[in-house]
Unconditional design. Structure first.
Length: 134
């Protein structure tokens, strides 16, 4: 397998961001800001931005996704758990580890309640919490 040149990777990342922004805009226009699919699109875009070290752009998207998911589906939803995971990633990158830990603990509580201890999402939440604690 060939490795991509750095310029190719940057171009692909930029293309992916354009697609994520487009998906979010389309969802907002067609479904409304508080539709689960729109919130999920915001989470996906925020996570992509965080992965690219664009935490300043990711943070407000993910904070709003948490608010919207909680307002729409309450304190115990998988959508809110995904938003918590994304925002935790941002907090970790900001070196705000206590805040990241709180978000991961909240995510874990959601998965324990909805999915049980043996579920793969619960295991993933445990693993991500461990990474924050390291």
């Amino acid at each position: 397998a060939q490795t991509k040149e750095p310029r190719e990777l940057v171009a692909r990342e930029a293309e992916a961001l354009v697609l994520r922004y487009s998906a979010l805009a389309t969802s907002r226009d067609r479904l409304g800001a508080e539709h689960p699919q729109t919130i999920d699109a915001a989470i996906a875009l925020g996570a992509a931005l965080a992965d690219m070290e664009e935490v300043g752009a990711a943070e407000p998207l993910l904070e709003q996704a948490c608010v919207d998911a909680q307002r729409l589906q309450g304190d115990r939803s998988r959508l809110l758990a995904r938003a918590y995971a994304g925002l935790s990633r941002v907090r970790s990158r900001q070196k705000r580890f206590e805040a990241a830990e709180e978000l991961q603990c909240a995510r874990l509580a959601v998965h324990r309640e909805l999915d049980g201890e043996e579920h793969h999402q619960t295991a993933a939440a445990l693993s991500d919490l461990a990474l924050v604690l390291l």
